[in-house]
Each structure stands twice: as structure tokens, then as C-alpha cells.
Ligand binder design. Structure first.
Ligand code: PRX
Length: 669
């Protein structure tokens, strides 16, 4: 998406192909958790009190006094005066009713390696790890940074932190040492949790080395690193010397085998975790999520949107290292007491039928994945699916717009034309779903996320912040007009940035009246005539690579680390599989010739600063970058070049020939 001219005064809808609707199957409707269409009015007429219905889904130590305190916008407070513990609500609460039910079924890279973790096991493990965290000095409110892959250790560690009231900050395992160091510093963590290794495409990766390097790069003095081990023995390349801050989790657990740790009663507004995400500046933002409002919102949306019931086998094939995994692998599903499937490695390892093989073996009812994964499955072909006998009742997509062709393929080949699909729009910041259909109530329409969730009030505004008429099919900026319980509390340690990034543009920031405050999502969207929202993509300098959110500024600062580079800009190129991929346009310093070596250095810099998943698709060496007269780089033009689109208006440029030259160069003219 380009960053300008989104609110052109045209009916964009008329240029989009109108899609047909698909009715949810009658069998689904008959058993759905929500089948009363009155839910929307109930929430609208009784806002914000209706959200009590969400908070009542679990146990509180103390009831709240007020549902929403909006006296100091945008620092809203939810369920004020209430007290609860998230770990208690995800585990202990289920022990009477379902101690022997699996909370997680985990499968390793080798599909014969399987672990079933019952709610009772989870209780034992979390207590032992919580005691171990205390042993190394973690106290309530200390932020614990985790850098863990998809092993049972990850949800166990998160829930152990939650048990003792220490917010966790999980950094996706694919992030580099530098990215980990930046997040450790920003969160000010004294304690880090990682593991020795994990498997990717069958290779046993040394994961600890990233943490070793991060400790060197970080400014903070990390006191202790807890090291989980993937096997009984340490990874063959991993060593621990006496002066390292590493402590083996197994050694601590040996001491705490039967430990019991009372869940700490947290204020509803106490933070539960931080999740760093990319924004429009180089530095990632620590989205801070509260305990009561967040848990209420993700539990309720897991129940109403994902239709999870305790007796289901549910599989969200995302990574817990991103918000989807936090909300819809760990907190929501566990609070509902269901069984979740988790696995290590990639969907094509050991073979391209792995996902469907697992779906059959575990008899999965509900499946949750990204459009990138659907496009990949589609590319591999239906023959990898056909051999397996599985039957999903419900399927989800999340993270990117899904093209109607991919949606239809998912519906037909994965859903067997009798599963419902929800396309869920939300963000790290929103905590849980904001726009998506309640599956038994609305018809599905490929490519449209659907209606606003109960109590949520999205609108489309023009660049001046004026709301466009509802349901007229015009494109504009997507905003949310009322607070909701799952929203982030702030950007960790930086309230000003919280206001600047999300509120300033469309709010009256001097007002004390919550009605004058409007949350800016950063996405472009269309409110279609049928009331469904179609999400177009980011309007700011953020791209979405295979469902991973990346800031162009972050990528550009990584490229700027390369000595040979004088200046660089990054543009998003559309990609049939990954949605978007980054193209780097680099100007080299005087006297430096372009070469494969410089190209490789640029790619390596991005991998080192961020991670391999952010690897540029192309590096283009150019003489100059398109700039306005005031010197601002016009990334939109580079994006048009990358996508072979019309260049559009270049009159504001200092030198309009620059983008034309680059275009000719890229086209090979
Ligand atoms: O651009 C939107 C896109 O992903 C962004 C949020 O990314 P992140 O914070 O990493 O969270 C991803 C998982 C919730 C949004 O600003 N996005 C998310 N869901 C959808 C989507 N775009 C279109 N359709 C969706 N369903």
C-alpha cells in the first residue's frame, strides 16, 4: 500500500470484484457458541458494561468496581479495582473438572516425538518453573525477556511469569541477537529465558549462541539466563562456563519438583506482558498489555469468534512468539480449558503433508493459520491434502488480507466446503480480534474480514479525520472510535510515543473527553455497502512479510550499518506467496563500486539486525533516491517501481528524472 492518496473520492468498491456469499453450514450454526444476533445490539446499547459478560468467563479474586474508567484518555482503565491471576485462570481453575485432559499436545520435528501435557501436568510444571524464577530473584513486576521457540517450555515459561506477576516479553525465536539485545535493553530485563537449541527443517540449530551474542550487544547487565534444554543432553555445540550467567532450568527444577507457588493476585490493570512490534520509526515498540481487560477480551473472542469449546481439539499453527500465539494459543484457549496442538519445525518437514497428517492424527476440529500459509499450501497443490482424513468445523485466517482465490481454495480443499471460515482483522496493539464475523451469524465473503466485533466501533476517516459515510464503499483510514478491553495500555516506558503513534493524528489530544480520542490503526480499509470491512493494508511505513510485520525504517537502519552504503530506502514489493517482500534501493558511498560482496553484506546486515525472516528479496544499486524538495524520500515511488505500477505524480520531486531512471534500470531498459 502506498502512503498517500488513499482517501481519493471514488467508490473503490466498484473497482473490486464483488464476491458471492457463503452461508455457514446449518450443523455449525446449531452448535455455535453465539447464535443470538441480539449480541450486537446488546453491546452497543449497553457499552461499556456489556463487556462484563467477557470478564465473567473466568474467576476473579476480587470483583471490579468499574468496567471502564475513561477519565484520562487515552490511558483507559478496565475492570478497575478487580484482582485476578492469569495463570490461575488458565490452569488451576480447570483442575477439578478436567485434570487429565490435554492442555497441549506437542509434536517435535520427528513426528514420533510426542508429548501430551494435561492440565494437571501444566499445573505441576508451571508451579515448578515459577518457583525456579523466584529462586533466581525474579520478583513481581520484573520484566522477563524470553527468546524461546515452539517448545512446551514457551507457554510454560509465560504462564510461570504470569503466576508470580512478572510480565513476560517473548521475542520470536527467529529474531537475531541484535533484535533480542534491543528488546532486553528496552524492557530492562535482568533475567532472560532461552534454550540450547531447536529444530528447523530437521537441523538442530544452536539457539543459545544468539543469546550469547545478545548479552554482548546489550547495554543492560543481564544477571541470569535460564537455559532450557531441548533434549536431556545439551546441544553438542553449546558450552557453559563458570562465569556465564546461564543456569540450567533442569537444575532448578530438580530442586523445585514438587513446589507450589500461590498465584499472585494482580490488579486488573497490572501488565501481563509486553510484545514488541514494528512501527514507523527504527525502534520497536513494546506494546504493554494489561491483565484483566486483555484476558477477558481474548477469552471471549476465542469463545465467540473461534467457537472454541473445552471438548475441542484446536490448532493455531502460528508461532507463540507473535501476538496471535499469545492470544490464541496460550491465553484464550487455555482460559476456556480446551486442548491445543503445537508443533516444532515447518509445515513442509518432514513432508508437505505434515499439517494434514497431524490434523488427522489428532482429530483437530478448529484450525487457524495465515493467508501466507494458505497460498503456500495452494502452491504445493491439493494432492498433499487429499491423502488425509480430517474434518475441520471451523477455520481462521489472520494477519494479512486473503485474496479471494486463496480463500476459495482454503474453503474447498481444506474445509471440504463444510467448515466456516473467519477472516480476523486485528493487531499486536488490539490484543484480540476487532473486525471479523461471528461465524454463525453472518455469511462469509471471501476477501472481506467482515463486521465489527460486538462493542467495537470502527470507522473510515479521510486524511483530515472526517468520518466517511458508513457503508458507502469508499477507501480511507481505519480508526476505532471507542476503547475496548483488549487494547494496549501504552508503549512500554513511553507514553508520549503511545499518543504520537496511535492517537495524535485523528484525536483532539488536548481534550479530556474520551469521545474526542480516536485510535489510528495504520491500515487502509473500505466499509462496503453490506457493512463488511475489507482491509487494504498498511498506510504507514510498515510492511507485512509472510504475516510478519516489519518497519521500513527498521530495515533501512539495518542496511545503513553497511559501511559501503551512503543511503538506502526500502519498498514493499507484492509477492504471490509472502504477500509482501522488501526491496532495498541503496546508494553507495563515493568511490565504492557495486558488487556481489556489497549485495551480500546488505542482506547479511538485515539478517543480523532483525532476523532471517526479514531478508531482502532484491537489492538495487542506484545513483540517487527519489526525494521531495525538502529532502523526504518518496518511498511510494519506489514501491510503484518494485511493483511495476504507474509512477504517478512526481511533480513534488527535486529531480523527477530519478524515479524514471530507477524504473528503467529495474526493468532492464
Ligand atoms: O495490516 C494489518 C494486518 O496485520 C497488521 C497487524 O500486524 P500484527 O500486529 O503483526 O498482528 C498480526 C496478527 C493479528 C494489521 O495492521 N492484518 C492483520 N489481520 C488482517 C490484516 N490485514 C488484512 N486482513 C486481516 N485479517
Amino acid at each position: 500500500m502506498s502512503d498517500e492518496n488513499i482517501t481519493e473520492d471514488v467508490a473503490l468498491e466498484s473497482r473490486l470484484t464483488e464476491q458471492e456469499y457463503f452461508r455457514p453450514p446449518t450443523d455449525f450454526v446449531g452448535q455455535a457458541n453465539v447464535s443470538d444476533p441480539g449480541i450486537y445490539d446488546r453491546f452497543d446499547e449497553n457499552y461499556p458494561e456489556a463487556f462484563e459478560e467477557y470478564a465473567e468467563l473466568f474467576d476473579w479474586d476480587e470483583h471490579w468496581d468499574e468496567v471502564l474508567d475513561d477519565s484520562n484518555p487515552p490511558f483507559y482503565e478496565w475492570f478497575t479495582g478487580g484482582k485476578l491471576n492469569a495463570s490461575y485462570n488458565c490452569i488451576d481453575r480447570h483442575l477439578d473438572e478436567r485434570p487429565n485432559q490435554a492442555a497441549f499436545i506437542w509434536e517435535g520435528t520427528d513426528t514420533d516425538e510426542r508429548e501430551t501435557i494435561t492440565y494437571r501436568d501444566l499445573y505441576n510444571r508451571v508451579n515448578a518453573v515459577a518457583a525456579s524464577l523466584r529462586d533466581v530473584g525474579v520478583q513481581e513486576d520484573d520484566v522477563v525477556t524470553c527468546h524461546l521457540p515452539m517448545l512446551p517450555a514457551l507457554p510454560v515459561t509465560m504462564l510461570s511469569c504470569a503466576r508470580i506477576g512478572a510480565p513476560h516479553s517473548e521475542v520470536f525465536a527467529g529474531f537475531s541477537a541484535q533484535a533480542l539485545a534491543d528488546r532486553i535493553d528496552d524492557a530492562g530485563s535482568d533475567v532472560v529465558v532461552t534454550c540450547d537449541g531447536y529444530y528447523r527443517r530437521g537441523d538442530f540449530l544452536n539457539h543459545k549462541e544468539k543469546c550469547d551474542e545478545a548479552l554482548e550487544l546489550a547495554d543492560s547487565d543481564v544477571e541470569t539466563v535460564l537455559l532450557w534444554t531441548r533434549h536431556d543432553e545439551l546441544h553438542p555445540e553449546v558450552e557453559i562456563s563458570d562465569d556465564d550467567p546461564y543456569v540450567l532450568v533442569d537444575d532448578l527444577l530438580a530442586e523445585n519438583d514438587r513446589a507450589r507457588v500461590d498465584p499472585v493476585s494482580r490488579d486488573a490493570e497490572d501488565p501481563l506482558f509486553l510484545m514488541y512490534t514494528s512501527g514507523t520509526t527504527g525502534k520497536p515498540k513494546g506494546c504493554q498489555h494489561r491483565t484483566g481487560g486483555y484476558l477477558s477480551y481474548v477469552t471471549a473472542t476465542a469463545k465467540y469468534v473461534l467457537d472454541i469449546k473445552p471438548e475441542d481439539t484446536y490448532w493455531c499453527a502460528a508461532d507463540i512468539g507473535w501476538i496471535t500465539g499469545h492470544s490464541y494459543i496460550v491465553y484464550g484457549p487455555l482460559a476456556l480449558g480446551t486442548t491445543s496442538v503445537m508443533y516444532e519445525d515447518t509445515p513442509d518437514h518432514p513432508h508437505k503433508g505434515r499439517i494434514w497428517d497431524m490434523a488427522e492424527r489428532y482429530d483437530v476440529d478448529i484450525f487457524h493459520t495465515s493467508p501466507t500459509a494458505v497460498r503456500m499450501f495452494m502452491k504445493w497443490g491439493a494432492e498433499y491434502v487429499e491423502d488425509y482424513d480430517f474434518d475441520f468445523r471451523h477455520m481462521t485466517t489472520v494477519g494479512e488480507p486473503i485474496q479471494p482465490e486463496a480463500w476459495l481454495w482454503y474453503y474447498k480443499y481444506i474445509g471440504g466446503e463444510d467448515a466456516v471460515i473467519v477472516d480476523t482483522w486485528w493487531q499486536t496493539e488490539t490484543g484480540g480480534h476487532l473486525i471479523t464475523n461471528l461465524p454463525a451469524l453472518e455469511d462469509m465473503k471471501p476477501g472481506s474480514a467482515g463486521k465489527a466485533c460486538p462493542g467495537i466501533q470502527p470507522a473510515i476517516v479521510d486524511d483530515n479525520g472526517d468520518a466517511l459515510e458508513e457503508a458507502t464503499g469508499r477507501a480511507g483510514n481505519l480508526v476505532i472510535q471507542r476503547p475496548w478491553p483488549g487494547m494496549l495500555q501504552t508503549v512500554y516506558g513511553d507514553d508520549e510515543r503511545f499518543i504520537d503513534e496511535y492517537w495524535r493524528e485523528f484525536s483532539d489530544v488536548d481534550s479530556d473527553d474520551a469521545e474526542d480520542w480516536v485510535y489510528k490503526a495504520g491500515d487502509g480499509a473500505v466499509h462496503e455497502r453490506d457493512g463488511y470491512f475489507r482491509i487494504l493494508g498498511r498506510l504507514d511505513d510498515v510492511m507485512n512479510v509472510a504475516g510478519h510485520r516489519l518497519g521500513t525504517m527498521e530495515l533501512e537502519s539495518a542496511v545503513a550499518e553497511v559501511e559501503a552504503v551512503a543511503e538506502a530506502a526500502v519498498a514493499a514489493r507484492e509477492d504471490a506467496e509472502k504477500g509482501e517482500v522488501p526491496d532495498v534501493y541503496a546508494v553507495l558511498r563515493e568511490g565504492i563500486e557495486e558488487s556481489q560482496a556489497v549485495y551480500d553484506d546488505i542482506v547479511a546486515a538485515v539478517e543480523d539486525e532483525i532476523g532471517k525472516f526479514a531478508r531482502p528479496a532484491n537489492v538495487v544499486f542506484v545513483d540517487d533516491l527519489p526525494k521531495t524538495r525538502s529532502g523526504k524520500i518518496m518511498r511510494r515511488l519506489l514501491e510503484n517501481i518494485s511493483n511495476d505500477d504507474e509512477l504517478g505524480d512526481t511533480t513534488t520531486l527535486r529531480d523527477p528524472s530519478v524515479p524514471e531512471d530507477i524504473r528503467d534500470q529495474v526493468r532492464g531498459d
